[in-house]
Design a protein around this ligand. Structure first.
Ligand SMILES: Nc1ncnc2c1ncn2[C@@H]1O[C@H](COP(=O)(O)OP(=O)(O)OP(=O)(O)O)[C@@H](O)[C@H]1O
Length: 311
C-alpha cells in the first residue's frame, strides 16, 4: 500500500461567482503519511472543512488535484477504505445508537458485526441500546467517530472531533485517536485547538485564509529555541537582525523581533546591535509552544503592513 495516504497538489476551491466569489482554499499542497496522526490546524473559516471535503470527494476542486490512498479522491474503492466524520453525521434521534449505526452499515454494504466492534471501540457498547437523543454531547460525538470506524478503514478523517466536548470528553477523544494510530490506522484531524494538536499529532499542516502556511512535524514547527529581542530604534534593530538571521529568519511580533536563532547566537547578535548603535532592552531565548508559533505565523501573515512600515 502507498505510503502517502493523502496527497494534494495545488488544491484550490473557489465558492460563488461574480462579486461573491470567495477563495476558500488556495493552492494547498499537503501530504498525509501512513500511520501518522496529522493535525490540520487553522482558525475558523481558514478552509479546513472545505479541504477535507475535497479529500472525501464531497466537494469538487476548482483547480489542483487530490489523491487518497494513491487514487483520485471520491472513487468508490477509495471511499470504502476511508472513514470520515465531517460536520457531524445526521443521526436519527429516535433510533438507538446501535440502530443508527446498523442503518449506516447496511447503506455502506458492511456486515452487521462491524457495528458492535465500533461501539466497543468508542466505549459505547453498554449504551448502544439507548436512543440517540438521550446521549450526552460527548456520546453523540463518540457515536460519530464509531460511524467513521466501521469497516476498519485505512484512513480516518475527523473534522474538529473534540468540538463542544468538556475537558473529560476531550481527553477521552484524544486517547481514542492515539489508540487508533497505535493500531496502525492513519488519522487526519482538523482542529483549532493548538494544545490538543501539539499533544497527539505527529505532523501538522497550518492553514490560514485558505493557504497552507507550513507543513512539518510538531517538533520542527516549534523549532529549536528562538531569540526574542526588544531593542530601539526598531528599524535599525530589524536591519541588524535580518543580517544575522537572514531575511526569512526574523518576524515582528508586537514590539518584539523573533529571530530563528539558537541561544548561542545571542552574544554575537548583541555585539552587532551595539555596534550599530541600537539600544538593547531585552534578549531572551525560549522554546515556543505550538500556540505561540501559530499565533506568530498568522499574525506575521497579517502584519505585512507593520513590517512594511518598519522598512
Ligand atoms: N458552501 C459554501 N459556499 C460558500 N462559501 C463557503 C462554503 N463553505 C465554506 N465557505 C467559505 O469558505 C471559507 C472556508 O470555510 P471552511 O468551512 O472550509 O473553513 P474551516 O477552516 O473549516 O472553518 P471552521 O473551523 O469555522 O469550520 C469560509 O470563508 C466559508 O465562509
Amino acid at each position: 500500500m502507498t505510503e502517502l495516504m493523502v496527497q494534494t497538489d495545488g488544491l484550490t476551491k473557489r465558492y460563488g461567482s461574480g462579486d461573491h466569489r470567495r477563495l476558500a482554499v488556495d493552492s494547498v499542497s499537503m501530504t498525509v503519511r501512513r500511520g501518522e496522526v496529522y493535525g490540520f490546524l487553522g482558525p475558523n473559516g481558514a478552509g479546513k472543512t472545505t479541504t477535507l471535503r475535497m479529500m472525501l470527494g464531497l466537494v469538487r476542486p476548482t483547480a489542483g488535484s487530490v489523491s487518497v490512498l494513491g487514487r483520485p479522491a471520491g472513487r468508490p474503492e477509495v471511499t470504502a477504505r476511508v472513514g470520515a466524520l465531517v460536520e457531524g453525521p445526521g443521526f436519527y434521534p429516535f433510533l438507538t445508537g446501535r440502530d443508527n449505526l446498523l442503518v449506516m452499515a447496511r447503506y455502506r454494504g458492511l456486515p452487521e458485526r462491524v457495528v458492535d466492534a465500533a461501539l466497543e471501540r468508542v466505549d459505547l457498547a453498554d449504551r448502544g441500546d439507548d436512543r440517540f437523543k438521550s446521549y450526552s454531547l460527548g456520546m453523540k460525538q463518540r457515536l460519530g467517530v464509531a460511524s467513521a470506524l466501521m469497516g476498519d478503514p485505512n484512513l480516518i478523517v475527523l473534522d474538529e472531533p473534540t468540538n463542544g466536548l468538556d475537558p473529560a470528553g476531550m481527553a477521552d477523544m484524544r486517547a481514542l485517536i492515539v489508540a487508533l494510530a497505535r493500531g496502525g490506522q492513519t488519522v487526519l484531524l482538523s482542529s483549532h485547538l493548538l494544545a490538543e494538536v501539539q499533544e497527539i499529532c505527529d505532523r501538522v499542516g497550518v492553514i490560514d485564509n485558505g493557504r497552507l502556511l507550513r507543513e512539518s512535524t510538531v517538533a520542527d514547527l516549534r523549532g529549536s529555541a528562538s531569540l526574542r529581542l526588544r531593542a530601539e530604534p526598531v528599524d535599525r534593530a530589524l536591519a541588524v537582525a535580518m543580517r544575522v538571521a537572514g531575511d526569512d529568519g526574523v518576524r515582528v511580533l508586537g514590539d518584539e523581533l523573533v529571530l530563528e536563532l539558537p541561544a548561542t547566537a545571542a552574544p554575537g547578535l548583541v555585539r552587532d546591535l551595539v555596534a550599530a548603535r541600537v539600544d538593547v532592552h531585552e534578549v531572551a531565548s525560549r522554546e515556543r509552544t505550538l500556540e505561540e508559533v501559530f499565533f506568530e505565523m498568522t499574525t506575521t501573515h497579517r502584519n505585512d503592513e507593520t513590517e512594511e512600515a518598519l522598512r
